[in-house]
Design a protein around this ligand. Structure first.
Ligand code: G6P
Length: 362
């Protein structure tokens, strides 16, 4: 049928969408770069964000994980305080808002009811809102003041991949645009760094056998798996764990490396699989020492590190990219590990049980 045509030679949409990611990042670059090399962002949006004293990012699922990375980007690059919230919690556990809040809704579909509930509530209070979405004309796009499109193309697989990396790329550009607007942009050229990241993503995509091997070695017979990292690697660990849970049904959790000793390490026994990310130079020694702690208790740890921070025994080494953009690259092996784990278990990869692509009920 028509949908099989789109899938082409790919066995699953998820694999096709994973592979499309470098292209999507290049598309984001071309859509957001104007003729003089500047970031193309509506000046009303720029000024509205500039007036904000705090940004509230609202999202669900994978988009929430992109929002956590977005928080880092906006805080580190543009020096704006940011809170990231799960949409379904926000309305009940409503945080005390700042004087001039600015809301960013992140939603692949633009139709998620939990996120829309928050948008409706904050628009009643008159606060400015931006939607970052993959679907032009979607509900969240129409009801917000501003929209930034992620240009990832239709995402069919229920487990989100290319929408996540496209959201991060757009958030990076938004952060740089804001830094420029405030006269605080440094030497970094975001388009150049994003295109380097796209190249690095492509290199990882071309090493699929490596991730297949990791699945054989670490996840073959396991019922669970831990993902650990510090800083932004912790946020990517959360996304890696979600991907694995969603499509392979292996129980997986992402943890901040330093928090393991406060509880979770009790679960580690002989052969417990763990995947550790090492892409941030400021915490590389700390995360390696967390890995030693679980290795000493029998964990079977797969190390994913970035070039320049690698050690001889690391299983996967990612090409080096700008430290703020590492999630674009480090998530690729995690997506592929989830994919192969699901494949070997014979799971319905594109349509995992109990899940819907877009959840339009609260
Ligand atoms: C559903 C999907 C997830 C997705 C989440 C948010 O639960 O199964 O993959 O991340 O909704 O969707 P959105 O379209 O708002 O990004």
């Amino acid at each position: 049928d028509a949908s099989d045509m789109e899938k082409g030679l790919y066995p699953h949409y998820m694999l096709k969408e994973i592979d499309e990611q470098p292209l999507v990042i290049r598309k984001v670059i071309s859509k957001y770069q104007d003729a003089s090399g500047n970031i193309r962002i509506d000046s009303e949006l720029r000024n509205s964000l500039k007036e904000a004293d705090r940004v509230y990012i609202i999202a669900c699922g994978t988009s929430y994980h992109a929002g956590l990375v977005g928080k880092q980007l906006l805080e580190k690059v543009a020096d704006i305080p940011v809170e990231s919230h799960i949409a379904s919690e926000f309305l009940y556990n409503r945080p005390i808002l700042s004087k001039h809040p600015f809301f960013i809704f992140i939603s692949q579909s633009g139709e998620t009811a939990d996120s829309r509930g928050v948008l409706v509530a904050i628009k009643q209070l008159g606060y400015p809102a931006l939607t970052i979405t993959n679907v032009p004309g979607s509900t969240l796009s129409r009801e917000a003041d501003y929209t930034l499109l992620t240009h990832a193309g239709p995402e069919i697989a229920v487990a989100s991949t290319k929408a996540y990396t496209a959201q991060i790329a757009v958030l990076a550009l938004l952060a740089f645009d804001q830094a420029q607007a405030q006269g605080r942009a440094g030497q970094m050229n975001p388009f150049h760094e994003l295109s380097m990241a796209a190249n690095a993503m492509e290199i990882m995509i071309n090493k699929k056998e490596m991730m297949e091997e990791v699945v054989w070695q670490y996840l073959n017979a396991s019922r669970n798996c831990f993902f650990i990292g510090r800083g932004v690697d912790y946020y990517v660990a959360l996304e890696g764990a979600l991907k694995l849970k969603e499509i392979s049904y292996i129980q997986a959790e992402g943890f901040a490396g330093g928090e393991l000793k406060h509880g979770t390490i009790a679960l580690v026994e002989e052969g417990t699989p763990a995947i550790a990310l090492v892409t941030q130079s400021s915490v590389r020694a700390n995360i390696r020492s967390n890995v030693q702690e679980i290795l000493a208790r029998g964990a079977h740890v797969c190390m994913i590190s970035m070039e320049g921070m690698e050690e001889g025994t690391d299983q996967i080494v990612l090409p080096a990219v700008h430290e703020l953009l590492t999630p674009l690259v480090s998530v690729i092996p995690l997506q592929l590990i989830a994919y192969y784990a699901a494949k070997y278990r014979g799971c319905d990869i594109d349509k995992p049980r109990n899940l819907a692509k877009s959840v339009t009920v609260e």
